[in-house]
Every structure is written in structure tokens, then in C-alpha cells.
Design a protein around this ligand. Structure first.
Ligand code: SF4
Length: 219
């Protein structure tokens, strides 16, 4: 896209000024290939929001370091990249009112996905693709409120799959993703990879999701 057409799109008069001035806590915006789950291999622009309502032991995101950005700035940043696919991630993206971003991006033909921990219900029609990664193996007291979506992606640490029995029917794709912990040894992570592969083989329709972006050394 030429810089001229980008500027024209950003300045479209039908954008509401309230939408453009909405402020979000943003850790980073980057263009990369989705490394895991059903859309692995597809380039996306990732918008990583600050703050989360959980504190998982294996979390690899510093969601407390962020800057406040207006939707207009986010729009300009995202439009620098050729991809028309966006993933809202975090932190927990659903702590935010995403409707202003929805309106600004959908009017420009973007496809919108999210990766959420499922503790906050997602409004109908807000997103094109909902990926829920529940953390109830760590927080059995936390209620999963978003019980329908496209992709259920569970970080696997040996927990019982019965945990997800009720939740599974609300989702089209079901992934187990071995928990990778930076602070653990290669052996520890290797054993968990092997265990996850075995469990997937024995428990259709679960599929294996690997964080291939970590092998590639990219975000
Ligand atoms: S829900 Fe996700 S972002 Fe939040 S602490 Fe857990 S792994 Fe990190």
C-alpha cells in the first residue's frame, strides 16, 4: 500500500472522533507470523494490550510495561504493515472496550481475532475469530465466561482433560499446547512436549499446538 493511500484511509471522514480518541494501554504492536494454533503460519499484526486479571506462572509477557496510545495512533501503526489480519492479545485484551478499534478496522476490511483467557464474556459480532486459552488448571476458582468460540487452546502441564469436557462443545478447534517454561531445563520442557504429544494421540479430537515462533526466535 502506498503511503498516500494509507494517509487517505486513516483520514476517512466517516471515522468517529470518539473512536479515534479512545485510549488503550499498549505493550507492543508488531507484524509477525502466528506461530501456534489453527492460524499457525499466517502473518498477522499483533496488538498486545497491557494488564491482565490473572498471573500465570509461565506467563512470558511483561504486561505491566505499556504506553497509552489512542486508537488513531494504533490504526496508523497497524496500517504500516501489509497484513489485513489483526490479533488482539495481551495481557488480557478483553479488559478493554474494543468496539472503537472494531469500527475503525472493520471499515477498512481487517479480519479481527483475539486470544483471551476466557474470564470475560466477549460481545457477539465484535471479532471474526475467538481463541480462548483457559487457565483453570491453575485457577480452578476462576469462572470461564466465554464458552463459545473458534479455538480452544489449552496450555498443557499434565492436567486432566475432563476439565474441558463441558467447554469443548462450544469450540470448533481443540488444541493442547505443551507448557514451555524458560526457567526450566531442556529436559523438563522436552518431557512435557513428549507427554503432550502422547496425550493428543490418545485423545481425539485434541490437536497438538506448538509455539513455533519460539523456535524461530521471533515474537
Ligand atoms: S492469562 Fe495470559 S497474559 Fe494473563 S497472566 Fe496468564 S498467560 Fe499471562
Amino acid at each position: 500500500m502506498s503511503s498516500n493511500s494509507t494517509e487517505m484511509s486513516i483520514d476517512r471522514s466517516e471515522d468517529s472522533s470518539t473512536d479515534l480518541e479512545a485510549v488503550y494501554k499498549i505493550v507492543e504492536i508488531f507484524h509477525s507470523v502466528q506461530g501456534e494454533g489453527a492460524h499457525a503460519g499466517i502473518p498477522h499484526v499483533f496488538i498486545r494490550f497491557g494488564k491482565c486479571n490473572l498471573q500465570c506462572e509461565w506467563c512470558d509477557t511483561d504486561f505491566e510495561t505499556f504506553e497509552e496510545m489512542t486508537a488513531a495512533t494504533i490504526l496508523a501503526e497497524v496500517m504500516k504493515y501489509p497484513s489485513k489480519r489483526i490479533i488482539f492479545t495481551g495481557g488480557e485484551p478483553m479488559l478493554n472496550d474494543l468496539w472503537p478499534l472494531h469500527r475503525l478496522f472493520k471499515s477498512r476490511g481487517y479480519n479481527l481475532s483475539c486470544e483471551s483467557n476466557g474470564t470475560i464474556e466477549i460481545p457477539a459480532d465484535l471479532l471474526d475469530w475467538i481463541c480462548i486459552s483457559p487457565k483453570d488448571q491453575m485457577y480452578p476458582q476462576v469462572k470461564i465466561r466465554q464458552r463459545v468460540g473458534d479455538e480452544l487452546k489449552c496450555v498443557y502441564l499434565g492436567q486432566k482433560l475432563e476439565l474441558y469436557e463441558e467447554l469443548m462443545s462450544g469450540f470448533t478447534h481443540h488444541f493442547l499446547q505443551p507448557c514451555y517454561m524458560d526457567q526450566e531445563s531442556v529436559e523438563w520442557n522436552g518431557k512435557n512436549f513428549a507427554l503432550t504429544e502422547t496425550v493428543v494421540k490418545e485423545n481425539p479430537p485434541w490437536r497438538l499446538s506448538l509455539q513455533t515462533h519460539k523456535w524461530m526466535g521471533v515474537d
